[in-house]
Design a protein around this ligand. Structure first.
Ligand code: 3H9
Length: 684
């Protein structure tokens, strides 16, 4: 059946696209729209056209799966031009999300109506692109440059109400009467006659644009767009809209769009779009797996981690009971949760009612018995196997049968923990990343006996609390921390060969990471895991013992001023030189290229081992872990995708060249070596 059908309501032609799940504008849809416009042109009895989407949404954009492949069918800009050129009025009837090419279609229509719940946006920038079907030229003409910039450059969508205020839509219609009211609107405008507004011909909102707007926008958003190519290209197209005739602006849009489309950044960002969605799928779960109801969640530990975890559920409307051992820490933890919500409200991102709503769903206790009726309990207690086992045995005794018992451990063996219970099938790892109410990643650790229902439930729950979940098998540190350890090993090794922490951190931040390994250590605190009993006299021990415990003490690997600005420390440099001397390693200047390769290629190799061992389901899952859990630059697509772009043969050659320096435990992944030899990639 055709993806686009037409029907008549009197003199109005109703054009309906039905391309589930999101009405992407693939070749067949574009052809169908073009045919419908031809029908309207040739049939004089048609006095107006309404374009709409069947199912859950208006068009959510171009079909991203077609990108990078040869084009078939009419191009989207041609279809949109045909709509705008129609002599009878065209009305876009919007519900769901009019995104990207979808909003560009709507901008090609002469009029737009939307239901109150609709959202409109141009998110192409998140795919490393810019709107390439006239959106960069039409949107500023319809809403003005200042309103268009955040939509095009940051990809911020707007709800229907705001769209009406800014002139992006002409009318809000009833939620359940979209078609009827759109048809009535079409009749109204057809009856009025005259010229119907064409976005491409409007100049009323862009004439006399103050050029300083663009630089101001660049400055305000400098931090968010650092390293990305697409935002600057987006700004340039809006500048073109404000200064050039429409046709020249379109030519500029096309040129910049093609540049981005064929570049590595957009390829990386498109990869992540599909990687994120693939990560939520578990290949070997039976399709008919039933989800368990999660109506109440228990959290053990009201510290930073427990509190952050609790907030995820509260914000999603799921009641939480939080347990601590003593009243003091419990009160403190609950107080911090409230303060976090209130701070968000102060910034205008939450209403005071929502704060009270969330806090109203939080109860707290010192008594394990109060967890009995929870459907899921997550422990966030001290990271020590003995303690975890004790806690799980207790939970197993009091929490109702069938309830899920989850551990937030970042390293420990989930199977070992599960053995402390009589319900290993209900035990799973839920590894949140700090701050847990902010970071998007959730590593879901699948134990040997975790049941399909438990896994599927936790994956679905992750979506509900707005996390990106990735499944990991059991191993020390799971996917993320196991790879991180390899980077840290090399960072430490290079200190003994002549590099300084600031050299290493700089290479990482220039690569696009939010911070390097030593900046990260200072932030976390150098004394994490330090105890006098376990001291080995390492560099880290010496720094801790000289009061350098990290940012919180104003000094760690770096010295910090009161604004927490870091400067390299002479004292630390002195300690490092004396350790390096004692190590007997030859001292040399290590260039940036070697630093980068030695930090990141062993991580890629570890990722390959993780795949080989079946710990991760797919290479793209590893990419998702690193982007959402560790701030790997989105425009580099994650470590495995990045390794593909570098060329796996180059990764293997560099690992071989540095073999001696990688330490006695280094093991080259067979998978990596094989793929390199065959000229293959991890991703596709
Ligand atoms: C563009 O328009 C370029 C133009 O300017 C120029 C052209 C010349 N294409 O996210 P979900 C799939 S660029 C193909 O889980 P939700 C998705 O992979 C585009 N497939 O649902 C998934 O498949 P699967 C600009 C797409 O309800 C399924 O649909 N537009 C597309 O959580 C369900 O998706 C965008 O960037 C697509 N465009 O969220 C919007 N979109 O089931 C991208 C989705 O096999 N899309 N799929 O895993 C979204 O933001 C969300 O999907 C949306 C729904 C909000 C629409």
């Amino acid at each position: 059946m055709s993806k686009v059908t037409t029907a008549r309501d009197g003199e109005v032609l109703i054009v309906t696209s039905d391309n589930p799940p999101v009405n992407a504008l693939g070749a067949a849809v574009r052809q169908g729209l073009a045919d419908a416009m031809a029908e309207a042109k040739t049939d004089p009895s048609i006095k107006a056209v309404v374009v709409r989407g069947a199912g859950r949404t208006f068009f959510a954009g171009a079909d991203i799966t077609e990108f990078g492949r040869p084009m078939t069918g009419p191009a989207l800009p041609e279809v949109i031009d045909a709509m705008e050129g129609s002599s009878v009025p065209v009305v876009a009837a919007i519900h769901g999300t009019a995104l990207g090419g979808g909003l560009e279609v709507a901008l090609g229509a002469h009029y737009r109506v939307a239901v109150p719940s609709a959202k409109l946006g141009l998110p192409e920038v998140e795919l490393g692109l810019l709107p390439g079907a006239g959106g960069t030229q039409r949107l500023p003409r319809v809403v003005g440059v200042e309103a268009a910039l955040p939509m095009i450059v940051m990809g911020d969508p707007v709800p229907a109400k705001r769209a009406l205020e800014m002139g992006l839509i002409d009318r809000i219609v009833s939620e359940d009467k979209l078609v009827e009211e759109a048809v009535a609107f079409a009749r109204e405008v057809a009856a009025k006659g005259g010229n119907h507004p064409k976005a491409s011909e409007r100049t009323d909102k862009i004439g006399g644009t103050d050029q300083s707007v663009f630089n101001q926008f660049r400055q305000t958003n400098a931090r968010r767009i650092r390293g990305f190519d697409a935002p600057e290209a987006c700004i340039k197209t809006v500048e073109a809209a404000a200064t050039l005739p429409f046709a020249e602006g379109i030519a500029r849009e096309r040129e910049l769009f093609m540049g981005l489309m064929t570049g590595d950044q957009s390829r990386a960002q498109r990869h992540l779009f599909f990687a994120e969605r693939a990560a939520n799928k578990i290949d070997d779960l039976p399709a008919d797996t039933q989800l368990l109801p999660i109506k109440k969640v228990g959290i053990l530990g009201a510290g930073t981690m427990g509190g952050g975890i609790a907030m995820n559920f509260l914000s999603a409307g799921i009641p939480v009971v939080i347990l601590e051992r003593e009243q003091g820490p419990l009160d403190k933890g609950v107080g911090i949760i409230r303060r976090n919500y209130e701070n968000t409200a102060k910034k205008g991102r939450l209403t005071p009612e929502k704060v009270e709503q969330a806090m109203g769903m939080l109860s707290h206790t010192l008594d394990y018995g109060d967890l009995a009726d929870c459907d899921l309990v997550i422990e966030a207690v001290f990271e020590l196997m003995e303690i975890k086992k004790e806690v799980f045995a207790k939970l197993d005794a009091v929490v109702k049968p069938g309830a899920i018992l989850a551990s937030n451990t970042s390293y420990l063996d989930i199977d070992d923990i599960a053995r402390a219970t009589a319900r290993p099938e209900s035990v799973v790892g839920m590894h949140f990343f700090s701050p847990a109410n902010v970071m998007k990643l959730l590593e879901v650790v699948r134990g040997a006996r975790t049941s399909p229902a438990v896994l599927a439930t936790v994956m679905a729950l992750a979506k509900k609390i707005n996390k990106v979940a990735v499944v990991s098998g059991v191993c020390h540190g799971f996917i993320g921390n196991r790879m991180l350890a390899k980077r840290q090993e090399q960072a430490n090794a290079m200190l003994m060969e002549g590099a300084m922490p600031w050299d290493i951190d700089r290479v990482m931040t220039e690569f696009g990471m939010p911070m390097g390994p030593f900046q990260m250590a200072d932030l976390a605190g150098l004394d994490i895991g330090y105890s006098e009993a376990k001291r080995t006299g390492s560099l880290r021990d010496v720094l801790v013992e000289s009061g350098r415990r990290g940012q919180k003490t104003g000094k760690g690997f770096y010295d910090y001023d009161e604004k927490r600005t870091a400067t390299p420390s002479d004292e630390v440099a002195g300690h490092i030189r004396s350790f390096a001397e004692k190590s007997g390693k030859p001292q040399r200047t290590i260039d940036d290229k070697e630093i980068l390769e030695r930090l990141l290629y062993p991580m890629v190799n570890e990722g390959a081992l993780i795949l080989e061992e079946g710990i991760a389901q797919r290479a793209s899952d590893i990419d998702v872990v690193w982007v959402y859990g560790y701030g790997w630059p989105v425009y580099r697509g994650g470590p495995m995708f990045w390794a593909d772009t570098v060329g796996l043969e180059n990764v293997v050659a560099s690992l071989a060249a540095h073999r001696e320096l990688l330490g006695p435990n280094f093991k080259l992944s067979k998978l990596l070596a094989d793929k390199a030899e065959k000229g293959q990639r991890f991703n596709g």
